[in-house]
Design a protein around this ligand. Structure first.
Ligand code: ATP
Ligand code: MG
Length: 443
């Protein structure tokens, strides 16, 4: 293309009517040269056009053509030969849903026949090896589903460097389209009707509380207390902030515990369990589905590990018989194993989801998992072996791994709240509770 461009420019110069040289012979020959060059010019202009078109075409479809080639060559070379059954033909590969920015691919989908491959070994790691390479360095497999008869696979690939984070300038930017759902990032949504409850793990300053704020606001935005159900069954938003910092302004609200008071926390969870039991009995008696009668209720516990430890600070023997970590964990298990069927959902944030801090049987009930800035160990606690290939990644603030029962864990970035969130959240609470603005003014 460059040669064609220079040639065109050079010829255009010679063809200028004013061009003269110091040599009369050359000047005499100029008309003939010009004739030849005009043909040359046409040719080079055509070359310029064609090469430009070719570049455009290859830019538009590089993902399809070259990725297909890359996969095929990788299947044939030693790297991935273990998944190619010997003597078989290359699989058919269809690349679709290509989204790209100016210079890179953001995401795409590969549909692949599996008949010539060793399905047992065809996992996300194996596909990862197939697609990595010079031009596709940052692509990673985020989801893979195989057909029931295991003859085809649909693989979703994304560029790990693409920023899908939602930058919100108000809570309005974070509203989910559907009730019971919560935005995780621009292409990921959690749905509690599909996968109830949420466990968030992450070390200090990893963004756990900010995510809880977003989650509370999203919930409050779409939830109004029911009019015609008994009071004890009306939707509840219950929040426990053992640190007592982020929610200090909210301490006067009902169902809000701010500060590390193990007895108050215990009683708050106990009240939520009572609320759940009342709903369950009502639904059992009437045979209705919770969605037809109730709005959802949520119980949010920030810093779960510190709650467990705090029971050790109760020195009174009588009190510690009733309020202790064992009872608390048993209550959590009772609650979480039954809550979803009555529209009650539990959200827990914890520094590390290991079994000494959160009993395994309680952890197992959280079908939505969000690991903020995780290390390899946290990834294993949260996702067993489902996400171990993501462990090599460096996570920044707000970044983590999200997974539910339906989709494989993937790298996400939680919404960035680029505004003062406390007053708007308080207003949402007040709307939900249908109390006047008084609360804010009496602070
Ligand atoms: N999604 C995000 N994107 C960018 N920055 C974020 C995001 N979430 C949180 N942060 C930043 O990280 C800081 C810590 O967030 P947050 O308080 O939620 O962390 P945490 O895990 O609850 O930490 P702590 O242990 O202190 O409670 C926030 O003040 C904010 O500046
Ligand atoms: Mg916090």
């Amino acid at each position: 293309m460059l040669i064609a461009f220079l040639l065109t420019k050079g010829i255009a110069y010679i063809n200028q009517p004013t061009v003269q040289t110091h040599y009369p012979l050359v000047n005499q020959l100029l008309p003939i040269i010009k004739k030849i060059t005009s043909i040359l010019q046409l040719t080079s202009e055509a070359c310029l056009l064609v090469s430009g078109l070719l570049i455009l075409v290859f830019w538009l479809v590089p993902s399809r053509l070259s990725l297909k080639q890359k996969i095929n060559s990788r299947l044939l070379d030693g790297n991935a030969s273990s998944i190619m059954r010997s003597g078989m033909k290359l699989p058919t590969i269809k690349i679709s849903h290509v989204k790209r920015s100016l210079l890179s691919i953001k995401s795409l989908q590969i549909d692949m026949s599996l008949t010539s491959l060793d399905v047992e070994r065809f996992d996300r790691m194996a596909i990862g090896r197939l697609i990595t390479g010079l031009w596709f360095r940052n692509l990673s497999v985020v989801d893979m589903t195989t057909s029931v008869d295991q003859t085809t696979a649909t693989i979703k690939i994304e560029n790990a460097h693409t920023d899908w984070q939602i930058k919100a300038s108000s809570f309005a930017d974070l509203q989910p389209k559907k009730r019971g759902t919560f935005l995780i990032d621009k292409r990921t949504t959690a749905d509690w009707l599909v996968a109830p409850h949420m466990l968030i793990s992450g070390k200090t300053r990893s963004g756990k509380t900010m995510f809880l704020v977003h989650l509370l606001a999203s919930h409050l935005h779409v939830t109004r207390k029911e009019q015609d159900v008994p009071d004890e069954m009306k939707s509840v938003v219950s929040m426990i902030d053992p640190k007592g910092q982020d929610f200090a302004r909210f301490r006067q609200l009902p169902n809000m515990v701010v500060g590390l008071d193990p007895i108050a926390i215990f009683e708050q969870v106990e009240a939520f369990e009572k609320h759940m039991t009342a709903r369950m009995e009502y639904l059992g008696d009437t045979g209705q589905r919770w969605q037809d009668v109730f709005e959802s209720s949520i119980l949010v516990l920030d810093e779960y590990a510190s709650i467990g430890v705090s029971f050790g600070t109760i020195t009174d023997k009588e009190l510690s018989k009733r309020y202790n970590a064992k009872e608390f964990n048993a209550m959590m298990l009772r609650l979480i194993s039954r809550a979803a069927s009555s529209g009650c959902f539990i959200v827990v944030s914890i520094v590390q989801a290991d079994s000494t801090l959160l009993p395994t049987n309680v952890r197992a009930q959280f079908l939505n998992r969000l690991a903020m800035r995780p290390d390899a160990e946290s990834i294993t606690f949260m996702f067993d072996n489902d996400a171990k290939e993501l462990a090599t990644q460096q996570f920044t603030v707000g970044q983590g791994i999200y997974g539910d029962v339906l989709t494989r864990p993937k790298v996400i970035k939680t919404p960035y709240l680029d505004f003062e969130w406390q007053s708007p959240l308080l207003a949402l609470f007040n709307d939900f509770l249908q109390v006047s603005d008084q609360m804010e003014h009496t602070e």
